[in-house]
Design a protein. Sequence first.
Length: 297
Amino acid sequence: MSISAGRAEATGRFQLRERLGRGSLAVVFRAIDQSDFREVAVKVAAEPGRKAHERIHNEARVLASLAHPSIIGFIAEGIMPAGGPLADRPYLVEELALGTSLLEVIRTGPRGPADVAPWAVGMFEALNHIHTNALVHCDIKPANLMLSGLRRSPVRLVDFGIASQVGAAPQAGISSGTVHYMSPEQASGGAAQPAWDVYAMGLVLLELMTGEKAFPGTAVESLVARTLRTPGIPQNLGPGWEPLLRALTAMDPLERPSAAEAAAWVGRLLPAVSYPDFTHRRPRSAWCPSQRLRLPA
């Protein structure tokens, strides 16, 4: 879908309801799309101005270029009508991500391989779609992964507010991600690479299975720790999980599998009888920990 095809002018098409949340860059509302009366999410820039407009438009452009069942879908973008408290601020409209975030799941305690494996396949397949389109999400974390309750796409990836083109430098004045899930090279401020997302997803999976952050402490303590060592990975997480998580969180980005290779690896860990929906979707690519990978420059 092109941006122009989905652009919503200030015609009252989207009727705002309650506020769902607020971040440093945007406020998110539940809304009703008057064209079909479905519930949607409307993300409005937290502040007016040119930079805010560019950020919202960039996120809309990224979402509009993607189409995957495990990625939240783009609907429209526009400018808030004049006269109200949010007057003239840019906004984008996307599918409403109902369900529980993985952050809330982690708070209930560790989860076993039977839960985590199908989630992981969908997450890595979504990342592969993103990376195939020469994009990097840049902010993979439990709060941006939502359980959907659907077998085809049990987890959906949201919030592309700081997504970037592969190889792009960090945007001035915008946080490059969430500290506790950044790869060592992302924390150093280098050019965006798919390996950033793979590393962060590895930390998310490890946290799901242990119930604890791999690098706890303050932001500074967490950043320093990951430049000095790889995360501690228990050997009792289930057959095959320790080498997988170790590969995903390798300090050298060239030693990490791609998202497609990670999806294939997790797919081989899935009990085929328990999860038949995923057996025909596994990528055919094979990967071994000793293989060195060269990522796009």
